[in-house]
Design a binder for this molecule. Sequence first.
Ligand SMILES: Cc1cc2nc3c(=O)[nH]c(=O)nc-3n(C[C@H](O)[C@H](O)[C@H](O)COP(=O)(O)OP(=O)(O)OC[C@H]3O[C@@H](n4cnc5c(N)ncnc54)[C@H](O)[C@@H]3O)c2cc1C
Ligand code: SF4
Ligand code: SF4
Length: 389
Amino acid sequence: MAFPVKRLSSQKSLKKGVLEEELCTGCGACVGLCPYQVIYHDRTVQLHYCDLEDGKCYAFCPRTPTDLNALRELLFNSADLTPEIGAVKSYYFSRAADSRLRESTQHGGTVTALMELALARGFIDSAIVSSRNQEFLQNGTVVNEKAALRNNAGSKFTVSPTVAAFNQLVNDKSGKIGVVATPCQALALAKMKLKPVKNDSGKIGQLQLIIGLYCGWTLSAEKFTKLLTQNNISLQSLKGMDIPAGKNILELYTNNDTQAVPFDDVQACVREACHYCLDSTAEYADIAVGSARFGNDWKEMRRWNQLIVRTAKGKELVELAIKRGVLEIREAPVESLQELKKAAMEKKNTALRNIIRKSGSAKNLLYLDRHDPIVQKFLKNKASDKKSR
Ligand SMILES: Cc1cc2nc3c(=O)[nH]c(=O)nc-3n(C[C@H](O)[C@H](O)[C@H](O)COP(=O)(O)OP(=O)(O)OC[C@H]3O[C@@H](n4cnc5c(N)ncnc54)[C@H](O)[C@@H]3O)c2cc1C
Ligand code: SF4
Ligand code: SF4
């Protein structure tokens, strides 16, 4: 399937080019805009067809063609741009200064601490985070105060249709919004900024902050639930999970103990769409946060984050957090940034290879524009790698 799928309505193009091709990331950007698109479990479903040619579902989907160069120009200072990890104004290791907060967060609690500060200082009126139900399915959830932010801290490795909650919130209410987003969700939100649909520009103006999460993949809820059952782990008892640095396992934290599942078994549960994703560091967010990688002591490392500041707004919030003692900062060694770039390049190269395999030709990159300068750069690298072999 090559984009654009002309002569079809937007919604049919979305079906043919994204849903049927298993490129749907489950971000939720096409949901909550009309009664016809819904999320069922962790799948995006079209209940009814619509004939609109310029539907927002197609326009905002992160897996329909986008002028990424225009997006980079709109959002970032060109001097900050890097081909591997997008715009970098500054790069640190960070953690929430509040040690009690860190106990309930995934790593250093940087995301929750920054959102708390953004709410407290009026950067935003509401935050959208992700909440899990007993079946390990998730929803975007609107929160307005600290306790609710803390209750929803921690990473859930299944998909959250977070952008659907944004669509709903801007329909219901005015006010400034901050969103915690995976890279594909951040891209969908950024696309809304690039091309606000007629009469909608005020709504996207409500989006004041995107805190992005680094992301390697998300898991299919169905496959992951089966894997847990095979390992005698009950969903109800599961409190959290993580991938310890240097070990080839997924650690699962239950009410009673810690269990480990081989990483190869987990890989088999990765959503198909993630194999075609080039972004590991939330390149279209204001701030991006991931786990820290330094030294060999996972226990110490685990309670720190890597933090990339991408925009002026992100800089303002992070600098305030440091000044007010909300965040603790540790200088990140140059090697750490190099490692991050290397890992990000690997994800881009693998995704491009998978895209070409799927489409059958390097001239058809599905949702990507092969003339985009960053895509070009990676295609050239691949070609020169091949020659030198
Ligand atoms: C699916 C997924 C894959 C990830 N892959 C990597 C990786 O490969 N490498 C890496 O360094 N880091 C990865 N991360 C990020 C990492 O797990 C932490 O989220 C990050 O280090 C921030 O830690 P923290 O302690 O500051 O977060 P916290 O303060 O605990 O805040 C986490 C926030 O993320 C929200 N959230 C949780 N799950 C989701 C979800 N599925 N979708 C959207 N929002 C969610 C929570 O509601 C909360 O607001 C991934 C995260 C997710 C959700
Ligand atoms: S990727 Fe997001 S916007 Fe695109 S079809 Fe899937 S849920 Fe909808
Ligand atoms: S790997 Fe990419 S497509 Fe998959 S959840 Fe993460 S950002 Fe979205």
